[in-house]
Design a protein. Structure first.
Length: 103
């Protein structure tokens, strides 16, 4: 192949748990499910609105660890969007073809 390498798209999949999750992802999902279970034990009789509020931690944590295309999961996508908008927008060139303003 003339020195060109073809890397499959799923090369890091074997390093993930169940092929999708990192330990942090499982921790976030586990905390959300644990909070939901505790709330389920605390609120025995519920109506529909209370049931939605009790299930909200598990639903939010599941939403955060859902895989999305071109990113690992929604949590990484939100992190990248946040870092893009909060970091410096002016980039200064320091390369081999510039003399730092000196002729």
């Amino acid at each position: 192949m003339n020195g060109n390498y073809l890397i499959p798209a799923n090369t890091k999949k074997s390093q993930l748990i169940f092929g999708f999750f990192t330990p942090i992802d499982l921790f976030v999902f586990g905390v959300g499910c644990t909070i939901t279970l505790i709330l389920l034990f605390l609120f025995q009789s519920m109506n529909f609105q209370t049931a939605l509020l009790v299930l909200l931690p598990a639903m939010i944590s599941a939403f955060l660890v859902i895989p999305v295309p071109n990113y690992h999961n929604v949590m990484q996508l939100i992190t990248n969007i946040f870092l893009f908008f909060m970091n410096r927008k002016r980039y200064y060139w320091k390369g081999w073809c510039i003399r730092n303003g000196k002729e």
